[in-house]
Design a protein around this ligand. Structure first.
Ligand SMILES: Nc1ncnc2c1ncn2[C@@H]1O[C@H](COP(=O)(O)OP(=O)(O)OP(=O)(O)O)[C@@H](O)[C@H]1O
Ligand SMILES: [Mg+2]
Length: 272
């Protein structure tokens, strides 16, 4: 769909009521201009905080959470709460938003133990209750969008037996973006984009090809949460999404409204 944008944001980028309100105002403006928006949110820091409060230790491999049964329970509870807060902020700004779990808008498959490159080394991991999107339910999403409803999706999936799965939020966003072939997928994060040196904002790469991304993963420059993020970009691009980019949600000018205008450069754009 030509006028559809998938906007994904994480918990460090958009933190608390004020940030949510700021983002909602931008989204409301975009909708007024005719854009159709699907929101997907993560909740990494909030899930970590709740786990620590309960005396559980958060563990991640290459940016994806190892999710045992207890962790899944915590993640689902926290994500549902964040989702309610996002929907409320959007409604307060005049958007007809509806909150949905991933399993209402897509089908999933549990991820088998697999090999990843972390900090330049190969490791085999079993992520337990973690999955990937196999197919987005385009009908449900298009139906909502064409009725003026903005879906707000939290990344909990379900396998073919109905068991819930934790989905990395970027993976969730890419599954939707790829299925609906949106005009653009924008990942709002807590860094200006892909950096060569994480401590130096001036090392921002404004445009990277997938081959360059592969090289940066192999040498360990792209690590942690940035790995599923670039894999999400790869999936969306391969499926025919024409533009994918990351922007800084902490940017005080605008988060997404100006990046959607042609020719405006900020953040990192990834191309095939
Ligand atoms: N080369 C890199 N350039 C920029 N950030 C990087 C790089 N390598 C790793 N990162 C890390 O990736 C992080 C972003 O991913 P992270 O999963 O933490 O957040 P998110 O996906 O925006 O939020 P959430 O996981 O809650 O949805 C950055 O904060 C940074 O620490
Ligand atoms: Mg992440």
């Amino acid at each position: 769909m030509d006028d559809v944008f998938v906007l994904k944001f994480g918990g460090n980028a958009i933190k608390g009521k004020e940030d949510l309100d700021r983002l909602s105002k931008e989204v409301a403006g975009l909708i007024k201009q005719g854009a159709k928006i699907i929101m997907v949110h993560g909740g990494g820091p909030e899930i970590n905080a709740e786990m620590e409060r309960l005396g559980l230790e958060p563990k991640k491999v290459a940016g994806v959470r190892i999710t045992d049964d207890r962790t899944l329970e915590v993640a689902e509870k926290v994500l549902r709460q964040i989702n309610a807060d996002v929907v409320e902020a959007m409604r307060d700004n005049g958007i007809t938003a509806v909150g949905l779990p991933g399993y209402h808008v897509a089908a999933f498959r549990r991820r088998e133990p697999y090999t990843v490159v972390e900090n330049g080394k190969e490791v085999t991991v079993d992520l337990m209750n973690v999955g990937d999107v196999t197919e987005a339910n385009i009908e449900v999403l298009e139906d909502l969008l064409s009725n003026g409803v903005t879906p707000v999706v939290y990344p909990i999936g379900e396998d073919s037996e109905g068991r819930h799965l934790n989905i990395n939020a970027d993976t969730m966003a890419a599954g939707i973006a790829a299925g609906i072939r949106c005009r653009e997928m924008i990942q709002i994060t807590d860094v200006p984009g892909i950096l060569l040196d994480i401590d130096d904002p001036d090392s921002l790469q404004s445009e990277l090809t997938l081959a360059e991304v592969d090289r940066l993963i192999a040498e360990g420059t792209i690590s942690g949460g940035m790995v599923p993020k670039v894999e999400a970009c790869r999936k969306a691009l391969k499926a025919g999404v024409s533009k994918v980019r990351m922007v800084n949600g902490k940017d005080k000018r605008t988060i997404v409204s100006d990046v959607m205008q042609e020719g405006v450069r900020h953040g990192t754009v990834i191309t095939e």
